[in-house]
Design a protein around this ligand. Structure first.
Ligand code: SF4
Length: 224
């Protein structure tokens, strides 16, 4: 016997969505590609430097069919599922699979606090490791490192020299550069990109410096 969903409760195969938009990928391996972003609502973390706090609340329930249909209208090859923390909604896994099945190059931006093991293997995962300056260091789910594939990326967002030194130690201890790409990104307005570049070069680190291209292009304007 099928049951009608309770009014206001999430219906199966629906996700709470903050926004869907078409822009240039500003980060990670697919940087520079025209990309459709699907931003899911909600995040259990509160990073001190978070630039998407507007995704914590609100949003609208949309069916996965409806989301996939809107993505198709932009005619892009790349789709990035982001948040908030997209994996805080379990049905995100269904969306990721549907997008892969439809032939897109799919990436997932995740905080690193939730289990990435069930994510479709075709998805390029961009997994944060939260440095002490984020205030969410204790949320790092270290077991996620065992589920990294060569096409995945680990991202460190660094607020100061102490964060950098912590990240440098983690890269060495877990031999991260041998497992996947490692991205170091400065917190906008806290660490100068040139300063971070010089630290990386001085230490001969096997990591990629990451600038937020969309911020160079559009600043803090929403929708990018
Ligand atoms: S995990 Fe991401 S969305 Fe959540 S608080 Fe941190 S930076 Fe913001």
């Amino acid at each position: 016997m099928s049951q009608e969903p309770v009014a206001g409760a999430p219906h199966p195969e629906r996700l709470r969505i903050t926004e869907i938009f078409h822009s240039i990928q500003g980060e990670a391996d697919a940087v520079g590609w025209p990309t459709v972003f699907v931003r899911l609502t909600g995040c259990p973390l509160r990073c001190t430097w978070c630039d998407t706090t507007y995704s914590f609340h609100g949003g609208a329930w949309r069916t996965i069919d409806d989301i996939v249909a809107e993505v198709a209208t932009y005619g892009a090859r790349h789709v990035c599922v982001t948040g908030g923390e997209p994996l805080s909604q379990k049905r995100c896994l269904i969306l990721l699979k549907r997008l892969c099945d439809a032939g897109y190059e799919v990436s997932l931006e995740t905080s690193g606090a939730l289990d990435v093991a069930p994510v479709d293997a075709r998805v390029r995962k961009v997994v944060d490791l939260k440095a002490p300056g984020s205030g969410e260091f204790k949320r790092n789910r270290w077991a996620n490192l065992d589920h990294l594939r060569p096409h995945d990326q680990v991202k460190f967002v660094l607020a100061d020299r102490a964060d950098y030194e912590w990240a440098r130690g983690v890269v060495a201890e877990h031999r991260l550069a041998a497992r996947c790409q490692v991205l170091f990104s400065p917190v906008h307005g806290s660490v100068g990109p040139r300063e971070l570049a010089e630290w990386i070069l001085a230490d001969r680190l096997p990591v990629r410096l990451q600038m937020q291209l969309h911020k160079l292009l559009w600043g803090e304007e929403p929708g990018h």
